[in-house]
Design a protein around this ligand. Structure first.
Ligand code: BES
Ligand code: MN
Ligand code: ZN
Length: 496
């Protein structure tokens, strides 16, 4: 049960097990921030057990100090500097082992570093990964998993780390855990449960719980009034009413204004340009961008950031029916630009076009959008990073750097003007789809047409990272909550 889970720096009683990560040929205990006498006892124990730090090695014994009943050395291999996925996978193995052994109170000592991260960043990454390793989505299971869960992870401080540092890290980790789990839960909810209306309710609930946010829902009438022809077109084949969810965080005297836009297609069948049936069920995740925005808005409120941040979630269901949009139809988006619908499966950009235009009324300095937008992006980048496009290199660089240091990577992709020519229409201002080539980029080029002037904009195509069809490199199957930590950190850094 999630609320039982606690992160503590000082155990209240003896831990069931202390896990110590170890790379070969190094002494993982030397940097532990514990009294010399205890350290000496641990070192003697390590000598007796003889762990070598080889990958896959798990060596346990009785723990010689009061802190824990048992101690387990976890081998990570030769390098003390690991890739993100390697550390993530090792931590998941630890958490699984602990669950299996019914060790509910465990300690974690992580004296390793992640490629591209400082020691402190590595510590934070490890903390977060350990904190989210117990995620399951059992809402629809009659039998819940709650008894198999670890309810306390205690982080053992390292040299140079004060109790105060650690408390701050733990607090940040707790906050991220709640927001990432919110995003994952939303992503994992199936289309019949998480309709556009249910997504709107979830936004209101979240806002009520965390406080300080204002939520406004635009329904059919308001969307018509705002001339959101893209959102209306996408939803017109569905029985579900479309919405635009507006979540506002408006502090007094804000330093900046940022709008976050998230694609909220609660199910994408493709519409009349229907998708093949194999794997269509994955398209319940087509609102992962919306989930990211919800998660970030939660942390923004919790941190009470002195920045105006507005979350915009255009949400609809893309279905085929007698009332659905058809290939060849010409529609007008909120920006006034006309679009020939070449393919009803390229629906995300239609919805986002409206929302991006709508963002202008909040006078944003920066607009970021998150969308499971194209299969082409998954072909290009797989599941290791999101595709990043936009109109401001400096902004992209900043986002990429933060992504590297928090373990949510993004990689820049080009938006040369030429890509827009792929969308040339005989009859309208643009088509909504080009040929197969450069599919992630033509989608980005489409969005660019609807960005308000003088706004720094970045587009995250999270089709490959927002959800996973299988457990992958220590990441869970299903919704990942990708972007919550990256964007929250980016917003916090704007104040520097
Ligand atoms: N939601 C899909 C993109 C997607 C594909 C997300 C695979 C996650 C995994 C999007 O609406 C879509 O269908 N895009 C089309 C665009 C094409 C018709 C121009 C695509 O990528 O095939
Ligand atoms: Mn689609
Ligand atoms: Zn879609």
């Amino acid at each position: 049960m999630a609320d039982l889970y606690q992160l503590r720096s000082t155990p209240e009683e003896s831990l069931d097990c202390l896990y110590v990560l170890q790379c070969s040929g190094s002494d993982p205990l030397s940097k532990l921030e514990i009294p010399t006498k205890e350290k000496r006892a641990l070192k003697a124990k390590a000598k007796a057990l003889g762990p070598r730090g080889e990958p896959g090695e798990l060596i346990s014994g009785e723990c010689p100090i009061d802190m824990a009943h048992r101690i387990t050395f976890v081998g990570v291999g030769e390098e003390c500097e690991l890739s993100q996925s390697k550390l993530r996978t090792v931590l998941h193995r630890v958490m699984r082992q602990a669950t299996k052994n019914r060790e509910y109170q465990i300690g974690l000592a992580v004296p390793v570093r992640v490629h591209g991260m400082s020691e402190a960043e590595s510590r934070l990454f490890a903390l977060r990964e350990a904190a989210v390793a117990d995620y399951t989505f059992d809402h629809f299971k009659s039998k819940k998993n709650e008894f198999d869960k670890i309810d306390g992870v205690h982080i053992i401080p390292f040299s140079g780390e004060t109790e105060k540092d650690l408390d701050e890290h733990l607090q940040a980790t707790r906050m991220f855990r709640t927001s990432v789990y919110l995003a994952r839960d939303l992503s994992n909810r199936p289309g019949n449960d998480l309709t556009p209306e249910a997504l709107a309710s979830a936004a209101k609930e979240m806002a009520e719980e965390v406080g300080g946010l204002r939520v406004t829902i635009l329904g059919l009438k308001e969307l018509q009034k705002e001339k959101c022809g893209g959102i209306l077109a996408v939803s017109q084949g569905s029985a579900e009413e479309p919405k635009m969810i507006v979540i506002e965080h408006r502090p007094k005297k804000p330093k900046k204004s940022v709008v976050l836009v998230g694609k909220g297609v609660t199910f994408d069948s493709g519409g009349i340009s229907i998708k093949p049936s194999a794997g269509m069920g994955w398209m319940k995740y087509d609102m992962a961008g919306a989930a990211t925005v919800m998660g970030v808005m939660r942390t923004v409120a919790e941190l009470e950031l002195p920045i105006k941040v507005v979350g915009l979630i255009p949400t609809a269901e893309n279905m085929p029916s007698g009332t659905a949009i058809k290939p060849g139809d010409i529609i007008t988006l909120a920006s006034g630009k006309t679009v020939e619908v070449d393919n009803t499966d390229a629906e995300g950009r239609l919805l986002l076009g409206d929302a991006l235009h709508y963002s202008a009324r909040f006078n944003p300095d920066i607009v970021l959008d998150f969308a499971t937008l194209t299969g082409a992006c998954v072909v290009a980048l797989g599941h290791e990073c999101a595709g990043l496009m936009g109109n401001d290199r400096e902004l992209q660089d900043r986002l990429a750097t933060i992504g590297d240091t928090v373990g949510e990577r993004v990689w820049p992709m080009p938006l040369y003007d030429e890509y827009f020519s792929y969308l040339k229409s005989e009859w309208a201002d643009m088509k909504n789809a080009g040929s197969r080539w450069g599919g992630a980029l033509t989608a980005g080029a489409f969005l660019k047409q609807h960005i308000p002037e003088k706004v720094s904009w970045a587009h995250f195509d999270i089709a490959g990272v927002g959800y996973l069809e299988d457990e992958h490199n220590g990441q869970p199957k299903g919704g990942t909550g990708f972007g919550v930590v990256l964007v929250s950190t980016f917003l916090k850094n704007l104040l520097k």
